[in-house]
Design a protein around this ligand. Structure first.
Ligand code: FO1
Length: 308
């Protein structure tokens, strides 16, 4: 079993590459849920949905999130009524949030609902929310503390970040499927996707037991750097690193994952800054073929680092 840790669009694209070359049953994608929030009375799970839609071949190819060919009539109508429409929920995407909210209200765990949604949309690989508990990213900025989607979407990542915390992490537990994976002894390797290390991967590592499980691993673990030439392909990773006085280089990423990874996959553009165990390749995923090629290279690199 290979485990991919993922969040955001880069994570979903890498997970898709892995899903195209690994048979179902040999890949589990563990997804960040700390970006989840309640909005307009609905429970929104951006990262699990992005992975689900991407693996189902339904994601919008440009935005990376939401559904391809989506319309936003409900948001437009909401705006006319003076409602909050800063977070764009597509007309068809709304169905996912409505049905998820209904089932959560009846007491069904998030991980069971996502497993069922994935099966119904034809996703054959396991997509596992990191926790069924409420863990929420709070971004500490020079303009005050902001819930994640307020920082990310409403404020467009503009406020300077001074710190990030994951509210509720201490009281949460890994989801049952995540616990099974950690106890199974069947894990052959872990791939940390090119997701934002501070916003998408850190919350997964903050779930009690996950970091220590990785630290005590008997299997190799690699990360794919989300940076190319010191810039994030998408999102605020490089900006946040600068604001938190962390080098936006492979060295900065490797230091952040110290003790957790055996190797780092970096782009050709960053080869001059390579430090420690690295695989240098093209990490930009423009097409599905790119995702597949990067996944193949990452898996053979992972295999080459196996010691037992
Ligand atoms: N991202 C945006 O930049 N603007 C949006 O209006 C927006 C809406 C949205 C709706 C559903 C969904 O699943 C994702 C959505 N995202 C939007 C993306 C989301 O904020 C980010 O992908 C993640 O939370 C960061 O990884």
């Amino acid at each position: 079993m290979i485990i991919a840790l993922a969040g955001g669009v880069g994570g979903a694209r890498m997970a898709h590459g892995l899903a195209r070359i690994l048979p179902p049953g040999q890949l589990s994608v563990v997804v960040n849920t700390a970006d989840d929030f309640t909005h307009l009375g609905l429970h929104i799970c951006p990262d699990p949905d992005t992975v689900m839609y991407t693996l189902a071949g339904l994601a919008d190819p440009e935005r990376g999130w939401g559904l391809e060919g989506e319309t936003f009539n409900a948001m437009e109508a909401l705006g006319k009524l003076g409602g909050e429409n800063w977070f764009s929920l597509g007309d068809r995407d709304l169905a996912t949030h409505m049905e998820r909210t209904r089932r959560l209200t009846l007491g069904e765990p998030l991980s069971a609902i996502m497993a069922d949604f994935c099966a119904r949309l034809g996703v054959q690989h396991a997509v596992i929310p990191m926790s069924d508990g409420a863990i929420r990213t709070l971004v500490h900025t020079e303009e005050g503390d902001l819930p994640f989607q307020d920082y990310f979407v409403r404020h467009r990542c503009r406020p300077a970040v001074t710190g990030i915390s994951f509210e509720g992490a201490g009281q949460a537990a890994p989801s049952p499927a995540m616990q099974d994976l950690m106890q199974s002894g069947k894990v052959r390797g872990v791939v940390i996707c090119p997701s934002n290390p501070f916003l998408s991967i850190a919350p997964i590592l903050a779930v009690p037991g996950v970091r220590s499980w990785l630290q005590g691993r008997q299997f190799p673990c690699i990360a794919i750097s989300p940076l190319i030439g010191g810039k994030a392909v998408k999102g605020p990773a490089a900006k946040i690193m600068a604001e938190m006085q962390i080098d936006a280089t492979p060295r900065g990423i490797a230091l952040h994952y110290q003790g957790l990874i055996d190797g780092l996959v970096i782009d050709h553009e960053d080869s001059a800054d390579a430090s420690g165990q690295c695989l240098v390749t093209g990490t930009l995923m423009r097409s599905v073929a790119d995702r597949e090629r990067l996944a193949r290279e990452a898996l053979s690199y992972l295999e080459s680092l196996r010691t037992v």
